[in-house]
Design a protein around this ligand. Structure first.
Ligand SMILES: Nc1ncnc2c1ncn2[C@@H]1O[C@H](COP(=O)(O)OP(=O)(O)OP(=O)(O)O)[C@@H](O)[C@H]1O
Ligand SMILES: [Mg+2]
Length: 449
């Protein structure tokens, strides 16, 4: 029996075929040929390595049938047998491709104790992080000629958006994860000549989508997703390569305190037109208050910092929680910072007003929709750039952002609330009772008062 596989891989699909990483994701725009590449890769691996066990998953059975079972049956017809009950393709060389789905969170546990040298997650963003983590525990083999790997195809959006983006786009790794294990291959509809020639109307269809969906599905932009709080954020518009800041620009800091939760400190500079540049971040976990203060002062050496706004709860936090962060009973976190020579002023913590302020700073000038707005962020502030587009609307208070991984955006909110409004309309001159701009110019002279 002879098996003829039709079609030639496009350059991106070839890259996907050649990747040897432990985790390879092929993702971005719709229609680039991701599912085709996944199927073909599985068949090629099954043919090359006799006796190989592969598992290909989609979130629901219907999607699995349409996207993979039917096309694979067509491609492998006559050469490879298919068992409908088990949903397994058995190759004459002993290799097996099992197809499965994980409709509910629990479905994933049916694979407990099973061993697959290759696991593929189709539309990986439809899987939760917990499901993905569990599946990685089934990705192993005792073979010497093959190292276990996982393949992912994905479009932006859905429940798994954040973990796919963290691992493959932002490349932010937690303990136990290694950057070199993760490869991302961007998909573009323009790579898929077969589809462009066969259905030229498809690109037009993607182009006519509302802006956010178009950015996700046509451009493969990972910074937009459903339920997103700051759709106006764009990496292209709002992030810049670090540059030397003129000395006369006013500088200030903002901080969202945390000990068990992360603590984020941001440094900002304001140009002559009131545009705010966030130029540095400190993002730490389980670091004592005195250590954070020391680090902040060290990083600011030689800089003239006008003021530091910080989470108002730092004025209340005392006792046991404080002891954990290196303080003594009765002393507030803010006092501990002051003792280390870092004076803080309580930030304006009006949440919705604060997020609106951030939105104003992100907004483009109405006369030029491509302009950057009044806020720019140095590319080295990786946690802020990662978290800001991930913020989602709160399900109860629809004007607010939901709580979550938001320590860097909170620090940004505090910072911008200490500044005049970000709209291009005339700034209201009247100053509120809370006005850090009228406070002393530097940490040192504020402290010595
Ligand atoms: N190299 C190729 N040779 C022949 N046909 C291809 C090739 N790559 C993709 N195709 C065809 O192009 C169409 C779109 O490809 P595919 O379904 O793989 O895209 P996709 O990126 O998975 O899309 P989506 O984002 O909608 O899931 C399909 O009909 C597929 O069979
Ligand atoms: Mg697909």
């Amino acid at each position: 029996m002879k098996l003829v596989l039709y079609g030639e891989a496009n350059p991106r699909q070839r890259e996907f075929f050649l990747s040897r990483s432990r985790h390879t994701a092929y993702g971005g725009a719709r229609g680039g040929g991701k599912s085709w590449a996944m199927r073909r890769k599985f068949v090629l691996l099954a043919l090359k390595y006799p006796g190989l066990d592969l598992l290909l998953l989609r979130r629901t059975l219907n999607e699995l049938r349409e996207n993979h079972i039917v096309p694979l049956q067509r491609e492998l017809y006559g050469a490879v047998s298919y068992n409908t009950t088990e949903r397994v393709f058995r190759f004459p060389n002993g290799s097996r491709i099992k197809l499965g789905y994980c409709d509910s969170q629990q479905d994933v546990y049916q694979y407990q104790g099973q061993e697959y040298a290759v696991i593929g997650l189709e539309e990986a963003t439809h899987f939760t992080e917990e499901q993905m983590r569990f599946l990685t525990t089934c990705n192993r083999t005792t073979r010497r000629d093959f190292s276990p790997r996982m393949y992912y195809t994905c479009n932006p959006g859905n429940v798994g958006h954040a973990w796919v983006k963290r691992l493959f786009i932002d490349r932010q790794y937690l303990e136990g994860e290694r950057a070199e294990d993760y490869t991302f291959i961007p998909a573009r509809i323009y790579d898929n000549k077969v589809l462009l020639e066969g259905d030229p109307g498809y690109v037009r269809q993607l182009m006519s989508l509302p802006e956010d969906l178009r950015r996700a599905h046509l451009d493969g932009d990972w910074d937009v997703h459903a339920g997103q709080y700051f759709r106006e954020f764009s990496r292209e518009k709002h992030t810049v390569a670090p540059f030397e800041l003129p000395r006369h620009w006013r500088r200030f800091r903002s901080m969202d305190w945390g000990y068990n939760d992360p603590c984020c400190v941001l440094w900002h500079a304001v140009d002559g037109e009131g545009r705010v540049y966030t130029y540095r971040e400190l993002y730490v976990r389980r670091m004592r208050a005195d250590e954070v203060a020391k680090k902040v002062l060290e990083l600011s050496r030689g800089e003239d910092i006008a003021y530091t706004v910080a989470s108002p709860d730092m004025w209340q936090k005392r006792g046991a929680m404080l002891a954990a962060s290196g303080g003594i009973e009765g002393e507030s976190i803010q006092e501990m910072f002051a003792l280390c020579g870092l004076n803080l002023i309580p930030a304006d913590n009006s949440r919705v007003a604060g997020w609106n302020r951030v939105r104003e700073y992100l907004a483009s000038d109405p006369s030029d929709p491509n302009s950057a707005g009044k806020w720019q962020c140095f590319k080295n502030c990786v946690n802020l750039i990662r978290q800001l587009p991930l913020l989602e609307y709160d399900s109860i208070n629809r004007e607010d952002a939901a709580d979550g991984d938001d320590h860097a955006p909170e620090a940004l909110r505090y910072a911008l609330m200490s500044r005049p409004r970000g709209k291009s309309e005339p700034v209201i001159k009247k100053r509120s009772a809370y006005d850090p701009l009228s406070l002393p110019e530097t940490d040192s002279n504020w402290y010595s008062r």
